[in-house]
Design a protein around this ligand. Structure first.
Ligand SMILES: [Zn+2]
Length: 327
């Protein structure tokens, strides 16, 4: 059925009667004709729109496409900057392990703790649904790892700051100077070790160092600490004992006078008493001991703070050869 018009008559050729006959469409014919006409038009229009969209962007699409390309570029840029940040962090981690932590004798942080990942496979689920999800997921994962590693690193540095403070405190407490003024090392009378006893004339262990000095010469605390003994004690005569913490104690013997009492906090170089000749002593001198973790140690090993390396070597030499013990 072709076109139909409402008012003008339509004649159709009838092959049977070989003549034109007036066509009188029924209402049903008319409805069908209308439907046929409309569906053809819609189909053609849809085909045209579809083809157009295949080859040409709408202005909005073109804009979005451009935005998308820029975002992608930006993502890639961020990704490469993240890689640079990782390199920086890596060199910081290496220095932390091989230098900083080594200096402060801190235990090394295991690699699996420094570089541990995050649990949960669903962590990037939301991102995985995005377009370009691979890039977005990789970048997000990198940022997470960076955050985690920076956190571990910053904890490490905090720990080192504390260790540094403790190290500083330790340095102030170690008995690191001579107990009397002895710049020219003339005062040393006897060193640490086995010596002939000045009174009994037999070989005995000398647990400290003897410094000859006039009676009344000032005696210094050799490191920061707390006075734990002050009084008379047998062969030592008047003596003072200081607890320096970190396992160190020092003892000063044969004193004439005291300048501190039990419980006093003292700092390195503070005058604690004066040289005398009390207890088992053959003349005015200071007998000085360093005790580390309950055992006597050679005091000469600890004078690194007021001696040059040359003086230190000389002191060790003298401490070995001087046999003129005063006890
Ligand atoms: Zn002595």
């Amino acid at each position: 059925m072709g076109l139909f018009r409402k008012r003008s008559a339509v004649y159709l050729y009838d092959p049977e009667s070989l003549s034109y006959e007036k066509y009188n469409p029924t209402f049903r014919d008319r409805v069908f004709a209308f439907i046929e006409y409309m569906s053809t038009s819609i189909l053609i229009s849809a085909a045209i729109i579809y083809l157009y969209a295949q080859f040409f962007d709408s202005p909005m699409e073109a804009l979005l496409r451009k935005d998308n390309a820029m975002l992608q570029e930006q993502y890639e840029l961020l990704d490469s900057r993240l890689t640079q940040a990782f390199d920086l962090l890596e060199s910081l981690q290496q220095r932390d392990e091989s230098l900083y932590r080594a200096i402060f004798q801190a235990e090394s942080i295991p690699e699996d703790i420094r570089k541990s990942g995050f649990g949960g496979a669903n962590r990037y689920e939301n991102i995985a649904r995005l377009p370009n999800s691979e890039l977005a997921t990789a970048t997000t994962r990198k940022i997470d790892m960076l955050e985690k590693q920076i956190y571990v690193q910053s904890n490490s540095l905090d720990e080192l700051v504390n260790l540094g403070k403790r190290q500083e405190e330790r340095l102030q407490c170690i008995p690191a100077i001579q107990p009397v003024s002895n710049k020219d090392l003339k005062r040393l009378a006897s060193g640490y070790g086995f010596r002939i006893d000045p009174i009994y004339r037999d070989t005995r262990f000398h647990a400290g160092m003897d410094f000859t000095a006039r009676e009344g010469t000032e005696i210094y605390a050799t490191g920061n600490g707390k006075v734990i003994y002050q009084g008379y004690r047998g062969n030592y005569g008047n003596c003072i004992e200081i607890d320096h913490g970190f396992g160190f104690r020092t003892l000063y013997a044969h004193l004439s006078t005291f300048k501190v009492r039990i419980g006093n906090q003292v700092i390195r170089g503070e005058v604690i008493g004066a040289v005398g000749n009390t207890g088992k002593s053959t003349g005015p001198h200071l007998h000085y001991e360093v005790i580390l973790h309950g055992k006597h140690d050679n005091p000469a090993k600890y004078y690194f703070m007021d001696l040059t390396p040359e003086q230190y070597t000389e002191m060790i030499r003298l401490a070995v050869i001087k046999a003129n013990q005063l006890d």
